[in-house]
Design a protein around this ligand. Structure first.
Ligand code: GUN
Length: 298
């Protein structure tokens, strides 16, 4: 039987609508809009597309969008000064510095300069630490989006076997922390894992975040498992095509025949990332103004 498709696009749309309603409520109470600043350094085309899309969606949700563009030749000091200025600006609730940064800049140093209470990416070590010990903070957008899709599909996750493939700071590690908090039994697999297919076969929940096109094969999947595919990989173009197809880290066509539910690529996890960013920015705004937001509101 074919797996149910998990429609991240529709879920993200619903989340943005909720953010919009609560952003209007925030504006009424605070007499200002919630504000999100996005900083782009250089002219990387993919980053430009992301930043434009973030700006548009921020405004569409009724929040204020502030965009800062620095040339690729800007010094690290200039960027740090800008981040400090944004830290001190009371109209800015969230700060996102688009990654990757040019090679002459130290990403960790830049992230460490962002006020943790405005770190809507959840990349600051204070927020990584808060997540690790179960304190309130900001959680990276992509894994939080994956968790929302999982809970929407499965309800209570407690006692389930989860295997996260990939150990990045941005997805794999925070994903594992979130699943531990949901009382899953969590394994983090990676490039050095022996018998990866055997490890993945144990899982009720598989989260694939490795950046290797169609790596997860059908015979790795326990029948009925829920499969979340974080990968977005472009295949080389076929003859006569200008661009190759976008595929995830999971061999979708075959895995969907065995899994219970699966996210497609595109249209699965991808649309969730910006929607969760907007959610985080609004949560930051409520916290920064000392206003109450129900814990289950978003
Ligand atoms: N580059 C690609 N995705 C992201 C993201 O979610 N946050 C930041 N800061 N940079 C990115």
């Amino acid at each position: 039987m074919s797996a149910q498709l998990i429609d991240g696009k529709a879920f993200a749309e619903g989340l943005r609508q909720k953010v919009g309603v609560l952003a209007a409520e925030f504006e009424k109470q605070a007499a200002r809009k919630a504000g999100l600043a996005v900083v782009l350094v250089g002219e990387d085309p993919a980053s430009q597309v992301y930043v434009r899309s973030k700006g548009k969606q921020t405004v569409a949700c009724g929040m204020a969008s502030f965009e800062y563009k620095l040339p690729a030749t800007a010094s690290e000091e200039e960027l740090l000064k800008l981040v400090e200025k944004l830290n001190g600006d009371r109209f800015i609730d969230g700060i996102l510095v688009q990654l990757p940064l040019p090679g002459h800049m130290d990403e960790q140093k830049v992230i460490a300069t962002i006020n943790p209470d405005k770190d809507v990416d959840g990349f600051h070590i204070i927020n990584a630490g808060r997540l690790a010990v179960g304190q309130e903070g900001f959680v990276p957008c992509t894994p939080l989006g994956c968790l929302m899709l999982l809970k929407d599909r499965l309800g209570d996750l407690s006692g389930l076997e989860a295997v996260v493939i990939g150990r990045s700071n941005i997805v794999g590690k925070p994903m594992a922390q979130l699943l531990i908090q949901e009382s899953c039994t969590v394994t983090v697999a990676h490039s050095r894992t022996t018998d990866l297919p055997g490890v993945v076969r144990r899982a009720d929940i598989v989260v694939a975040a490795v950046g290797r096109p169609e790596m997860v094969k059908v015979d790795w999947i326990k029948p009925g498992a829920t499969v979340i595919d974080v990968g977005i990989n472009r295949l080389p173009p076929e003859p006569g095509q200008e661009k190759g197809r976008l595929v995830g880290d999971v061999d979708f066509a075959s895995v969907r025949e065995v899994a219970g539910a699966i996210t497609p690529v595109p249209g699965g996890v991808g649309p969730m990332t910006i929607a969760v960013l907007l959610r985080n920015a609004l949560v930051a705004a409520y916290r920064n103004e000392g206003l109450t937001l129900a814990s289950d509101a978003l």
